[in-house]
Design a protein around this ligand. Structure first.
Ligand SMILES: *Cc1c(COP(=O)(O)O)cnc(C)c1O
Length: 388
């Protein structure tokens, strides 16, 4: 039985997979079982910021694995404490709660917001994505993800994105927090306007409501800043992180202001902040810093965006808009872009299609100018092959 056949009978059929079986990665490239090389422009969905198998991260994991893999939160461990110090420095917030994924970071943020405000309700945005567990799913707008699992937690109101007055109008005396992505990722690379997040920050302050920013997809240099909220000159009260935090080693975190604190026993997880995950994350932050990846993301993202903006249609599918910030770029088409994902893959570039019509580019931040040219070359080839 081939691995693909085995998957079809042994694994829950939750994922729609591309028909390739990846066995190896290095830098911005991955190889499938037949040895075919692909330029990875998705980076494990905004995860492999430093590229695949970066030698410094591999070495940090190897060294930590030889020393201590797990011991639980019943004891102190050095990598967890060092990583918390780094995250406090980077986020400008004060205290960290560790977990293992983005959805768990959202759960922690919801519990903390309820705990400290003694209020129950949340306001989230249309087209939001915050995760798949029942709490985080309650903040996720997508109908097809929600409906089969209702009832979800009550008291979540969805309002139009990029409309601060909609938030103002939705606040009640039960509102604990407003939860937003600074750039909606799964929702189709929708970027908050400058005024929007500033106005939301002012409204939250005036109405005594917490502002939770979800940086799970945007964090760690993706948008040309360590965190996307920095582009807006605001600071959240609580923020969530995961994806790029461990460059592929599973880890999530929630950061919060000093006065927003759980009590002992309020929350926890067996694996959370384990030495191996934290060692991988410390090495990831070190590589982002020492290789100047945040700045690279801004410069190379502008190059990619400019190249894509000159394309009018692909395979007969007209481009509605090309949007991007740093190396988080989407081409929005008039109709579904699944076929374009296949055409790009057949030409050696891995991309995905989100929100049905948005072809999404999230390459490692280590991508080179030549590799960006290669990606643009493939996109132009597709444009030409369809006579556009
Ligand atoms: C991916 C994502 C999540 C969920 O993260 P998981 O690690 O898949 O649970 C939450 N918020 C945003 C913005 C995301 O992109």
């Amino acid at each position: 039985m081939t691995p693909i056949e085995s998957e079809s009978i042994h694994i829950q059929p939750t994922y729609t997979r591309q028909p390739i079986h990846i066995t190896r990665g290095s830098g911005c490239r991955v190889w499938d079982a037949d040895g075919t090389e692909y330029l990875d422009c998705l980076a494990g969905i905004a995860v492999n910021v430093c590229g695949h198998c970066h030698p410094k991260i591999v070495e940090a994991i190897r060294k930590q694995a030889e020393t201590l893999i797990h011991t639980s939160n019943l004891y102190y461990t050095e990598p967890q404490i060092r990583l918390a110090e780094e995250l406090v420095k980077l986020t400008g917030l004060d205290r960290i709660f560790f977990c293992n994924s983005g959805t768990e970071a959202a759960e922690a943020a919801m519990k903390l917001a309820r705990r400290v405000t003694e209020k129950t309700d949340f306001i989230a945005a249309e087209n939001s994505f915050h995760g798949r567990t029942l709490g985080a799913l309650s903040l996720t707008h997508t109908e097809k993800y929600r409906t089969p699992f209702e009832p979800l937690i009550p008291g979540v109101t969805f309002v139009k994105y990029n409309d601060a007055s909609a938030i103002e109008g939705a606040i009640t005396r039960d509102t604990a927090a407003v939860v937003l992505e600074a750039v909606q990722g799964e929702g189709g690379i929708k970027i908050a306007s400058k005024e929007y997040l500033r106005e939301v920050r002012e409204i939250c302050d005036a109405r005594d409501v917490l502002l939770i920013i979800d940086e799970v997809q945007t964090g760690f240099g993706r948008t040309g800043a360590w965190f996307a909220y920095e582009h807006y000159g605001i600071k959240p009260d609580i923020m969530t992180m995961a994806k790029a935090l461990g460059c592929g080693f599973p880890i999530g975190a929630m950061a919060a202001r000093e006065d927003l604190k759980f009590e002992r026993g309020d929350h926890g997880a067996t694996f959370a902040g384990g030495p191996l995950a934290c060692a991988a994350s410390l090495a990831t932050i070190d590589v982002i810093r020492s290789e100047g990846l945040v700045e690279r993301s801004e410069v190379l993202g502008a190059h990619l965006l400019e190249g894509l903006q000159s394309i009018e249609s692909l395979a007969g599918n007209r481009v509605r808009e090309v949007r991007g910030i740093g190396l988080m770029v989407g081409m929005d088409f008039e109709s579904g872009c699944g076929k374009l994902v296949n055409m790009a893959r057949e030409r050696g570039v891995l991309l995905n299609c989100t929100a049905d019509t948005v072809l999404r580019f999230l390459p490692p931040l280590t991508i080179t100018d030549e590799e960006i040219e290669q990606v643009l070359g493939v996109i132009r080839q597709i444009a030409e092959s369809s006579g556009a």
